[in-house]
Design a protein around this ligand. Structure first.
Ligand code: PHE
Length: 340
């Protein structure tokens, strides 16, 4: 029996020293496997007297039990060691900054359109749209520009093949046809802006064949020049972010407004810069839209969106707006913003 005890002691020491799961398994096989030392001693029991068998059997079972327990305990320790080693070698450094995500930019023109809509929106204007391919009637005739009027030549119009003799088609030369479309559909009071593409056959550092305008139209019973002035002053001061910006109204001429004015802003304390045209809607235009000029009157204005964008953001060459050069866009573009 002492052999069994000694054996067990030895195994217990080996178990404690086992440095890998494989070592431990070898010890288990050598002690408790089919041909293991303790197993063989158990088998020998058959040759003993019943009395001895009971005593020795119980003792062997105890020893076997203690070995099994020791193996289980060491196994858990070794498994922990293995796991910790793996965790240490596979550690993720989650403090690493993320890779930069390429972010798109808002084109300065889109940004200026958003700002413009926002400012006029706060003044109660709603946005209207019209087609880029426009009928001669809306682009010219209804705006008090009859067929032989010199203004038609001045606007360098792109003409399109007409579908019929009566209605020649043009690429709209300004956003003013949207005034006509609105007044023919809706009755006063009217308070709208129209933004969009316009076209003239012209190309240099300050002209491109396609450009953008914003148009404004207000028609009511008592709307007068004072309202026009206040409205444009408010817009320019908010848009150029200068509450003291000075405006100058010079007499001008447009067939569709009377009186007409050109508006300049006092730029950087050094020079007057023209930024828009405006005036009181001509009675003929109202008549052309079935609005009685004895009951209603109002004002209109139009300005180039590229022009105000170039001024505000110091962009020198208009042609670059449309070249889709990413370096230019990254420089002059804007991050998307969420507006409340
Ligand atoms: N449509 C004019 C232009 O393109 C601008 C304008 C609009 C002037 C409305 C007066 C009133 O030049």
């Amino acid at each position: 029996m002492d052999t069994a005890k000694e054996l067990t002691q030895r195994f217990l020491r080996d178990i404690e020293k086992a440095s890998s799961l494989q070592d431990l398994e070898d010890i288990r096989v050598s002690a408790l496997g089919k041909k293991g030392h303790l197993t063989l001693l158990m088998k020998d029991l058959g040759q003993k007297s019943p009395e001895e068998r009971r005593v020795v059997g119980a003792e062997l079972n105890r020893l076997k039990e203690s070995l099994t327990q020791a193996i289980d305990t060491r196994k858990i320790e070794l498994e922990d060691l293995v796991l910790n080693a793996r965790l240490a070698s596979e550690m993720l450094d989650i403090s690493l900054p993320p890779r930069p995500q390429p972010k798109g930019k808002i084109h300065p023109l889109s940004h200026v359109m958003d700002q413009t809509i926002h400012i006029f929106g706060q003044m109660g204007f709603v946005v209207k749209e019209g087609p880029d391919i426009e009928e001669d009637f809306y682009n010219f005739t209804a705006l008090n520009i009859p067929p032989e009027h010199p203004a038609r030549q001045e606007q360098d119009t792109f003409y399109l093949p007409a579908f019929s003799e009566q209605q020649p088609l043009v690429l709209r030369t300004h956003t003013s046809p949207v005034q006509i479309r609105t007044m023919l559909k809706e009755k006063p009071p009217i308070r709208i802006i129209a933004l969009g593409r316009t076209y003239r056959s012209d190309y240099d550092a300050t002209h491109t064949p396609m450009f953008h305008q914003i148009e404004g139209l207000v028609i009511d019973t008592k709307t007068h020049m004072g309202h026009l002035k206040g409205c444009l002053e408010e817009f320019c001061r908010l848009f150029f972010e200068d509450p003291n910006l000075k405006l100058r109204f010079r007499p001008g001429y447009f067939p569709f407004t009377e009186p007409s004015a050109e508006v300049d802003i006092w730029w950087k304390g050094s020079t007057w810069l023209e930024i828009l045209g405006c005036g009181m809607v001509h009675p003929n235009v109202l008549r052309n839209c079935d609005i009685d000029p004895d009951l209603y009157q109002g004002f209109a204005f139009g300005m180039g969106l590229e022009r105000i964008a170039m001024l505000k953001y110091g962009i020198e060459d208009l042609r670059l707006f449309y070249e889709s050069d990413l370096r230019w866009l990254n420089h002059y573009g804007f991050d998307a913003e969420v507006r409340e």
